[in-house]
Design a protein around this ligand. Structure first.
Ligand SMILES: Nc1nc(=O)c2c([nH]1)NC[C@@H]1CN(c3ccc(C(=O)N[C@@H](CCC(=O)O)C(=O)O)cc3)CN21
Ligand SMILES: CC(C)C(=O)C(=O)O
Length: 275
């Protein structure tokens, strides 16, 4: 091999992520566009094209209005820059609930049109049959239990889970069913630490927490939230940067310089000789 040739990168796979159960924590962030995917890829095991993009990128009030077309378009953008991370794409509300067949049609379309390696489904008890149908047919599935944003209409908002024993038992059962149906990993969102710990111990798939404590096999956050770019964040978010502050200050300085006619300067002007 010549010195110039690029070393081929080995990409994470559903089995390589599954093998991380109880081992080195799985690092996951959401990504919705190509440049962000390129910046995050060297640091992450998994990049999730979450349906949170409806709220974070498109300004929708919830994830209910997100479409297959939106997921595919953003999935394609992320796949153009993700090199070694496993890329997982959310199935939007309405694309998988009707039947396992409907789920397979839409999941296979997402995989074929984006080149991503797996899909994620919010897995209430009803979804166990669907997860099995997909995994048996070659579609790697990430499950998602606890606070399920696509259930926000039925729940009356985004509600953390695990407050009553009945609710704890139900979420634990949903995680067990998702695991038995063959999911290669399971997101646990918005639960008490006890419940997250109990689920993580009960399932064979690695769990990836968001607002579910450190007692999971990995962690995920919405990238715009951890960069300090969102105007509102759930309380489980830690901000690692202040992009709102940086953006506001940069826009303010640009406006000031345009109004003062000090931008553009001589170095930003084309000097084309006449003739
Ligand atoms: N920007 C953003 N970040 C996210 O993490 C995120 C989204 N959007 N959109 C999709 C889902 C929705 N998520 C949410 C949305 C709201 C709460 C929330 O309001 N939590 C309350 C506690 C609710 C309760 O009392 O049970 C909180 O105070 O954080 C939590 C997760 C997580 N996901
Ligand atoms: C918050 C993560 C887990 C998610 O499901 C999303 O980004 O939609």
């Amino acid at each position: 091999m010549s010195a110039q040739s690029e070393t081929p990168v080995k990409r994470q796979t559903p089995p390589s992520i599954r093998a991380r159960k109880g081992g080195e924590p799985i690092v996951c962030l959401t990504a919705y566009d190509a440049p962000t995917a390129g910046l995050l890829d060297p640091h992450c095991d998994v990049l999730l094209v979450g349906d949170s993009l409806g709220m974070v990128v498109h300004g929708l009030p919830s994830t209910i209005g997100v479409t297959m077309e939106m997921m595919i378009l953003h999935g394609q953008a992320v796949m153009r820059r993700a090199r070694q991370a496993l890329v997982v794409i959310d199935m939007p509300f309405g694309s998988y609930e009707k039947s396992p067949q409907q789920a397979f049609e839409n999941a296979s379309r997402i995989l074929a049109e984006t080149g991503a390696q797996a899909v994620k489904l919010e897995t209430g008890a009803f979804a166990a049959e669907t997860v099995r149908f997909l995994t048996e047919r070659g579609v790697p599935v990430m499950g998602h239990v606890g606070l399920r944003p696509q259930a926000s209409l039925a729940d009356g908002g985004f509600k953390a889970k695990g407050r009553s024993q009945t609710e704890r038992d139900r979420v634990l059962e949903e995680a067990r069913l998702t695991d038995e149906a063959g999911a290669f990993s399971i997101v646990i969102e918005g639960t008490s630490q006890d419940l997250a710990e109990e689920i993580s111990a009960a399932v064979s798939a690695p769990t990836i927490g968001i607002g579910a404590s450190a007692k999971c096999d990995g962690q995920v956050l919405v990238v715009n939230d951890m960069l300090g770019q969102s105007d509102w964040v759930p309380r489980f978010v830690k901000k690692y940067a202040d992009l709102r502050g940086l953006t506001d200050e940069a826009a303010r300085r640009f406006a000031e310089e345009v109004r003062a006619r000090s931008f553009p300067g001589p170095e930003h002007v084309y000097h084309v000789k006449a003739g």
